[in-house]
Design a binder for this molecule. Structure first.
Ligand SMILES: Cc1ncc(COP(=O)(O)OP(=O)(O)O)c(N)n1
Ligand SMILES: Cc1nc(C(=O)O)sc1CCOP(=O)(O)O
Ligand SMILES: [Mg+2]
Length: 209
């Protein structure tokens, strides 16, 4: 897969909301059917066999929808399962090394909290997108560093890569970060805790049209 446009709904999995492989695959498929443009497998467990098995199944599923799967935190797992890339936080390893390990075609994203300086460094090290947040209180990550919405306009005008907004994004506030310049919105709870994930993904997707 060549690198797709990085735009729209970025759905991130959650091992509490999808406790087994069946629910993981069902819920991600609903998100893809509804219009999620990019999927991230985020599983903080240390069960490496389960993580590999789930990541392989997600690669298959995402390939059927021609959408990229990124792996959170783990560059080695990303290569082992044939994922399309990796998302790295500030303590998750070096972007340049991940690029060397995964190759030119890989999509590499980086968490930059509320710092344009971190984002500029990430771009110099070959990140394909940068993520800022948390823009709103997040039940998934209550201790996330807050970020002001005003950051998005400045990021959009100064950075050479697409910008992801994350943290507590729901249908009531997503419009604010998109109007402010976010190219993608990364969502966990408001998407995957919803009764109709497919419909909710469609609602998020329609905000970009
Ligand atoms: C798209 C996106 N943005 C930010 C994060 C957070 O990454 P990180 O700071 O490494 O925290 P964890 O997700 O690893 O807990 C993300 N995963 N995805
Ligand atoms: C994984 C993560 N990273 C964040 C950051 O600010 O870097 S906020 C967050 C959780 C996003 O989940 P929800 O949509 O449920 O708030
Ligand atoms: Mg991380």
């Amino acid at each position: 897969m060549t690198k797709p446009p990085l735009h729209g709904l970025y759905a991130i999995t959650d091992s509490t909301l999808m406790p087994d492989t069946d629910s993981l695959l069902f819920q991600v498929e609903q998100a893809l059917r509804g219009g999620a443009r990019i999927i991230q497998y985020r599983d903080k467990s240390t069960d490496q066999a389960k993580r590999l098995q789930q990541a392989l199944a997600l690669v298959d599923l995402c390939n059927q929808f021609h959408r990229p799967l990124l792996i959170n935190d783990d560059t080695e797992l990303a290569r082992a399962c044939g994922a399309h890339g990796v998302h790295l936080g500030q303590s998750d390893g070096n972007i340049s090394q991940a690029r060397e390990y995964l190759g030119r075609e890989a999509i590499i994203g980086n968490t930059c909290h509320s710092s344009l300086t971190l984002a500029q460094t990430a771009c110099q090290q070959s990140a394909d997108y940068v993520a800022f947040g948390a823009f709103f209180p997040s039940s998934t990550k209550p201790d996330a560093t807050p970020a002001p919405i005003s950051l998005l306009a400045e990021a959009g005008s100064t950075l050479p890569v697409p910008v992801v907004a994350i943290g507590g994004i729901n249908m009531d506030n997503a419009g604010q970060v998109i109007s402010a310049g976010a190219d993608m919105i990364a969502v966990i709870h408001s998407l995957f805790a919803c009764d109709d994930i497919c419909a909710r993904a469609g609602q998020f997707d329609s905000l970009f049209n």
